[in-house]
Design a protein around this ligand. Structure first.
Ligand code: PMP
Length: 353
């Protein structure tokens, strides 16, 4: 199969690409690539500060939200400090903590509850960790932590604990951003990215918004000039192209509803640009689908071996994914039915191969 025939729905990317205005801005910026990105960085942080109604110092730009998470680890973790992360959940929280000589504890999200996120669920596992991570919408399940639950969580942790709310998929959700709570708190940080709704994953640009009281720590922890001029210019231009973001979000909303309605497997409520489907054997289903040109994410590495995560594609990509996945599921069911009636194990039936 030619690479262009593959439908890649495994990394929650924007299937519509970046805003054309962002592409233009990045191309123009490259002409000045001999100059360090100081001015472009200030342009973006000022633009974001305006957007979120915070001071520019409170916006910590980095190479992707991953980079921003590293800056938060560097600013807050002493060797031996522990962080609390969701399980299943995004692996980089724990990785970043370990790179900074920290250790990792987990709080469970339960499949039986549809991976519901509550303050109580986190606080039951909480034991004074230095950082508590919340992902809303959550990867890989799509569940959200509602505002009142977040308030209860912030009130329930010790003064020394920082709650990091990762809103990498925030644009796809109806929940208000936790940035709104920053005015009144110094124990909360919020991470966002240009990799998803803004379609700039390949340029590696994201940020954290942090409380005013310790915003100056950025100067001590950031890798100098960590974000490049093309990424900075593209991000600024992307922020001005509301139509592109709106179209991208609308398309994801259609695709997630279509996946939930049409996939022949149970799915979980999602506020993100992907759907988690309970297919029985994530590895087998992802492998079979890939053989037919549709790449979805086997969530075994997230601790969910029975599921696959399907990103929202364009309309035709999403329809193709449903068709292929339903064929794969039907075949697996036929094999299971055959072996249940003994047909699959008869000599000569081929079932023992
Ligand atoms: N947080 C979550 C929950 C994610 O799923 C991702 C990307 N897959 C990130 C953060 C990092 O995004 P990036 O580094 O591309 O900005």
């Amino acid at each position: 199969m030619e690479p262009e025939e593959l439908v890649k729905l495994s990394s929650n990317e924007n299937p519509h690409g970046p805003s054309p205005a962002a592409v233009d801005a990045a191309s123009r910026a490259v002409a000045d690539a001999h100059v360090y990105p100081t001015a472009a960085h200030a342009d973006l942080t000022e633009r974001l500060a305006d957007e979120w109604d915070v001071d520019p110092e409170q916006v910590w730009v980095g190479p992707g939200a991953d980079g921003a998470l590293d800056y938060l680890s560097r600013a807050t973790l002493d060797p031996g400090d522990r962080v609390l992360v969701p399980s299943p959940g995004f692996a980089y929280y724990g990785m970043s903590a370990r790179y900074h000589h920290g250790s990792v504890a987990e709080y469970p999200l339960s499949k039986a509850d549809g991976f519901a996120q509550t303050a109580e669920g986190v606080l039951d596992a909480y034991d004074g960790e230095r950082i508590v991570y919340v992902t809303t919408p959550h990867n890989p399940t799509g569940s959200v932590l509602e505002r009142e639950e977040l308030r209860a969580l912030l009130d329930g942790v010790d003064d020394r604990t920082l709650v990091v709310v990762d809103e990498a998929y925030g644009e796809y959700s109806d929940e208000p951003s936790a940035v709104e709570l920053l005015d009144a708190r110094d124990d909360l940080a919020v991470t966002r990215t240009f990799s998803k709704a803004y379609g700039l994953a390949g340029l590696r640009i994201g940020y954290a918004v942090v409380p005013e009281s310790w915003a100056d720590a950025y100067a001590r922890v950031n890798t100098p000039f960590a974000a490049n001029v093309a990424a900075l210019a593209a991000a600024s231009a992307a922020l001005d192209d509301d139509d592109h973001v709106e179209r991208s979000v609308e398309s994801a909303r259609w695709a997630r509803a279509f996946l939930a309605a049409e996939l022949d497997a149970p799915t979980f409520d999602t506020a993100a640009n992907f759907v988690l489907a309970d297919v029985g054997d994530g590895t087998a289903v992802a492998e079979r689908a890939q053989q037919r040109g549709v790449i979805v994410r086997d969530t075994t590495s997230f601790g969910l071996p029975g599921c696959v995560r399907v990103s929202c594609g364009t309309e035709s990509e999403t329809r193709r994914a449903v068709e292929v996945l339903n064929d794969v599921l039907a075949e697996r069911e036929a094999v299971t039915d055959a072996s249940a009636t003994g047909m699959g194990t008869e000599p000569g039936s081929g079932g023992g191969a």
